[in-house]
Design a protein around this ligand. Structure first.
Ligand SMILES: Cc1cc2nc3c(=O)[nH]c(=O)nc-3n(C[C@H](O)[C@H](O)[C@H](O)COP(=O)(O)OP(=O)(O)OC[C@H]3O[C@@H](n4cnc5c(N)ncnc54)[C@H](O)[C@@H]3O)c2cc1C
Ligand SMILES: NC(=O)c1ccc[n+]([C@@H]2O[C@H](COP(=O)([O-])OP(=O)(O)OC[C@H]3O[C@@H](n4cnc5c(N)ncnc54)[C@H](OP(=O)(O)O)[C@@H]3O)[C@@H](O)[C@H]2O)c1
Length: 279
């Protein structure tokens, strides 16, 4: 990290500006622009799967640099997982990408967000539509048994430019098939209830194309053997760039689904995966 010393050994003054410090327990680098990490969970932190918190690091002068991050682990997990971009000159991630087990990060324990099960009306199928790091809130919801209690089928569409950027999601889904908690509750047929539709847009891959195009053309329904989306059966959560969110909203509205919120549950909800135009 750009700090000269590991955070765990930071000067005592750091403790004063890190009242919400948590300890990093593991770090995994997926590509040169993506990594995930786990930290200790404050015992008092309660959250709904899909919510986000503010996390950060102190700058050179000890002032916290805080950013919104979706919690990627489910609400029953003892630790918290995050999945992060590495922005080359990003105030936070140019530092955060260098964390190691034993380092400390700041975590403000006030979870919020729209991508929660309570923000949707009951239905038959739940669609998770994500690009890039927008998969993070769904990594939480996919590991939460309540998701499968509420919906007969769960479909994850994850789209990235490059194949390597899909790997975090692919391993997550692969691991779910043997998830001890989910298979104990739902039995061996559990895996059949989860459909995974990864696509790459700028490299060769078995499935190609943007989420918007694969929904609007009906290709994803044909490929998965599902009926076209309809407001009686289908619910959706969307997490990506502003452009993706706006374009997917139009497509979902074309299927007569309506956008909802915590206070007004409807057929779909949307959240930004980041603010701004891009790296
Ligand atoms: C509700 C919410 C949840 C978020 N959850 C996550 C998360 O789980 N994982 C995560 O990596 N980021 C997430 N972000 C983005 C995060 O808050 C920071 O913007 C990111 O960590 C980069 O911080 P930075 O200080 O290095 O750069 P910033 O100054 O924050 O951003 C610099 C540039 O990088 C672009 N950028 C920022 N984040 C991303 C991203 N994730 N993917 C592509 N481009 C990006 C921005 O558009 C901006 O142009 C979330 C943002 C919001 C609003
Ligand atoms: N990831 C990289 O390799 C890379 C390289 C250089 C720069 N960047 C910068 O980093 C930023 C973030 O990159 P990112 O790849 O994480 O995010 P991104 O640009 O939002 O792309 C992620 C995925 O979403 C798709 N997408 C983008 N806009 C869409 C829309 N309006 N509707 C439907 N699908 C849409 C992209 O398809 P398309 O491929 O068809 O756009 C891509 O597959 C970019 O904005 C870019 O400025 C990224």
């Amino acid at each position: 990290m750009t700090l000269d010393i590991p955070l765990a050994d930071a000067p005592k003054s750091t403790a004063n500006i890190m009242p919400d410090a948590q300890t990093v327990t593991s770090v995994q680098h997926w590509t040169d622009t993506l990594f995930s990490f786990r930290v200790t969970r404050p015992p008092s932190l309660r959250f709904r799967s899909g919510e986000f918190v503010m996390i950060g690091l102190p700058d050179e002068r000890g002032k916290p640099i805080l950013r919104a991050y979706s919690i990627a682990s489910p609400n029953w997990d003892d630790e918290l997982e995050f999945y992060s971009i590495k922005v080359p000159d990003g105030p936070l991630t140019s530092r955060l990408q260098h964390i190691k087990p034993g380092d400390q990060i700041i975590l403000r324990p006030k979870p919020v967000g729209t991508l929660v099960l309570d923000a949707l009306l009951p239905g038959k199928r739940l669609w998770f539509l994500a690009t890039g790091t927008g998969i993070a809130p769904f990594a939480s919801l996919l590991r939460d048994p309540e998701t499968y209690e509420r919906y007969e089928q769960v479909i994850l569409m994850h789209t990235c430019r490059k194949v390597a950027e899909l790997e975090y999601g692919r391993e997550l889904v692969e691991g779910l098939k043997d998830d001890p908690l989910l298979t104990e509750i739902y039995g061996d047929s559990f895996a059949d209830r989860l459909l995974y539709y990864p696509t790459a847009t700028r490299e060769e891959y078995p499935r190609r194309g943007r989420i918007t195009d694969n929904l609007a053309s009906g290709k994803v329904f044909a490929d998965l053997g599902l009926p076209a989306m309809n407001p009686a059966d289908d619910r959706a959560m969307v997490c990506g760039s502003m452009a993706l969110n706006l374009d997917v909203t139009k497509v979902l509205e074309g299927f007569d689904l309506r956008e909802g919120a915590n206070s007004d549950p409807r057929e779909f909800v949307v959240e930004k995966a980041f603010v701004g135009e891009g790296v």
